[in-house]
Design a protein around this ligand. Structure first.
Ligand code: AMP
Length: 579
């Protein structure tokens, strides 16, 4: 059982703030990091974006320096981050958590006027959140003074090193008091980070992700898919995926109570029958939701981890992670809700581009691949809805008992072509069940695969998502970078360009992403890590591959069988596809 925030040593004001934000329990990194940080220990933490690491260092800093006066130019705490976007994001987090503590926070990053930053520092500051280059500039201009500094946090240290900030960080740390407390967070711990930790942390508490946790075998049979979608498009993407998947019952997980309520409301707006479930609800309300879920009276239950603990519903067909869970254990726990009693379950995860590492950690922990899929297009959704209408009309024909309607058709047929009459009737039936298209249905959702390549600040190409799994490297994270200008170099070494191949078999043939990955890897001898996005339609599939491998894969698949059948395989040239 997870500890509560109360057990971590945080004061009542912060606890009240967390409750009002709808946080129900600490994430694993918070549970491990907050108590030693509140106690003043140094810390070396391996944690990626999405694990809740910001709160893991922000809450102890707020706890330790809250209530102290804000001094001009002399912050009590310094947080170093690699990019301006992260500086803004971390500053927002400090504001959110520190509302009740009365704290002054100044983000400082390249690209913004010095003057504005200096005015903010002059007014008095508790916490400076800075990119290293700009912090150093202020230090040299003496508009920042570290003599009162008590806490330093290095966030995404590996990224800062990748961006060439190693020297700047060393100079900044040199200028801080020896008595300071230091926390270093990094998604990876290469030797250079270990060396920085060795030099700058005093007897740190180490929180590392164990690599070889054998969770294999404990997972039920579940088809696992992820969609990488920018935050702004997540709800639209979720709506489309649910339309395509048409779950019997889906359990949709969110991080906080507020998110549960908001998402449930939005999904009701999209025409689903939805119930919310979280720890802020009375037992009676929760029981009512569970009764409805068991009685198949809802399509979706949107829930927090805490509220969904112990839920056991046989006909739960889908588990949806609206956010990537904060740890592999939480993921395993969640997806274990489906795929019960020998049924095949489906686990769908929405990840923001920055959260790719979490997916990779989950793959490591589960020793299973999460296929990365492309969000269905409005056309896919339309086609799927038409399929459903067709199936409903077919059922009505088979069920018979149409005599009362035949006279209507006959009288209309005297005036119009019977085909027109039938089409109009189908249209009415379709619109009555599927509703008419909303604005959201037409939005184009940018996919990581179609985004233009861009290079990092040192000309290093940002790697692209490795679909069919994330093992070989992460996606470019699309933060505008704020790297040291003087260190710019010309780009070199582009990632391989991708092409799509068309395979004339899809969902109707029970084809799943794993089948394609398996066939390609085994038949063509291609490393599965190189396979890009996989899209499975009803009657066809599209697979992205490095250009140089495409021909070999096409040849191999043409000579192989997929689900026991020979199928047409060709380069996808955007020709009209048979749905
Ligand atoms: P981070 O890993 O710091 O980028 O945090 C990821 C997201 O999780 C942020 O949107 C936080 O607001 C949210 N978050 C952090 N801690 C918790 C928690 N204990 N419960 C629910 N949400 C959280």
């Amino acid at each position: 059982m997870t500890a509560s925030f109360e057990a971590l040593g945080l004061g009542p004001k912060l606890l009240a703030e967390l409750a009002s934000l709808g946080y129900e329990e600490p994430t694993p990194i918070q549970e491990a990091a907050i108590p030693p940080l509140v106690a003043g220990r140094d810390l070396l933490g391996q944690a990626a974006t999405g694990t809740g690491k910001t709160a893991a260092f922000a809450l102890p800093i707020l706890e330790r320096i809250g209530g102290e006066p804000a001094l001009p130019h002399k912050p009590r705490a310094l947080v170093l981050v690699p990019t301006r976007e992260l500086a803004v994001q971390v500053a927002e987090a400090f504001h959110r958590y520190g509302r009740g503590v009365g704290i002054s926070i100044v983000p400082i990053y390249g690209g913004q006027e010095f003057h504005r930053q200096i005015i903010a520092l002059r007014r008095g500051v508790h916490v400076v959140i800075a990119t290293p280059g700009r912090a150093l500039d202020h230090l040299r201009r003496e508009t920042l003074d570290f003599s009162e500094l008590r806490c330093v946090a290095l966030d995404e240290a590996d990224e800062m090193l990748d961006m060439g900030f190693a020297e700047d960080i060393e100079v900044l740390l040199e200028a801080t008091p020896e008595t300071r407390q230091t926390a270093l967070f990094s998604a990876t711990l290469p030797p250079r980070i270990a060396a920085i930790a060795e030099r700058n942390l005093r007897d740190p508490v180490r929180i590392l992700i164990p690599r070889d946790k054998a969770t294999k075998g404990s997972l039920p049979k579940v088809r696992q898919t992820a969609y990488v979608v920018p935050r702004a498009h997540k709800i639209t993407a979720l709506g489309r995926v649910l339309d395509i998947e048409s779950p019997t019952l889906a359990l949709v997980f969110c991080r906080t109570r507020l998110e549960v309520d908001e998402l449930a409301e939005r999904l009701v707006g999209r025409g689903f029958s939805v119930e919310a479930l979280h720890g802020g609800m009375s037992q009676m309300d929760r029981d009512r939701v569970m009764r409805k879920a068991r009685g198949q009276m809802v399509d979706l239950v949107v829930a927090t981890d805490v509220a969904a603990r112990g839920i056991d519903i046989d006909h739960l067909s889908h588990v949806v992670n609206f956010d990537v869970p904060s740890s592999p254990e939480a993921y395993i726990h969640r997806i274990g809700r489906t795929g019960r009693a020998g049924r095949e379950g489906v686990a769908i995860t929405f990840a923001e581009p920055r959260e790719h590492r979490l997916l990779r950690n989950i793959e490591w922990a589960t020793k299973q691949t999460i296929a990365i899929s492309t969000v269905p297009t409005p056309l896919d959704v339309k086609a799927r809805r038409l399929d459903l209408t067709k199936a409903a009309v077919r059922e009505a024909i088979v069920a018979g008992d149409l005599d009362g309607f035949r006279v209507v058709v006959e009288s209309l047929a005297a005036e119009f072509d019977p085909m027109e009459v039938a089409a109009a009737a189908v249209r009415l039936a379709h619109e009555a069940t599927s509703g008419s298209a909303t604005e959201e249905d037409t939005v184009e959702i940018p996919s990581p695969h179609t985004r233009p390549q861009h290079t990092g600040p040192q000309g290093r190409p940002q790697s692209r998502p490795q679909a069919g799994g994330w093992g070989g490297g992460g996606p470019g994270d699309w933060r505008g970078n704020d790297g040291p200008r003087s260190r710019q170099q010309p780009p070199h070494g582009r990632p391989p360009s991708l092409v799509r191949i068309y395979i004339a078999a899809g969902r109707n043939a029970n084809l799943r992403p794993a089948d394609l990955v398996g066939a390609i890897a085994n038949e063509a001898g291609i490393n599965a890590r190189g396979i890009g996005a996989i899209e499975i339609g009803d009657r066809f599939s599209l697979v992205e591959l490095p250009e140089q491998d495409a021909e070999r894969v096409i040849d191999a698949l043409r000579n192989a069988t997929l689900k026991g059948r020979k199928v047409t395989v060709r380069l996808d040239d955007g020709r009209r596809r048979a749905r």
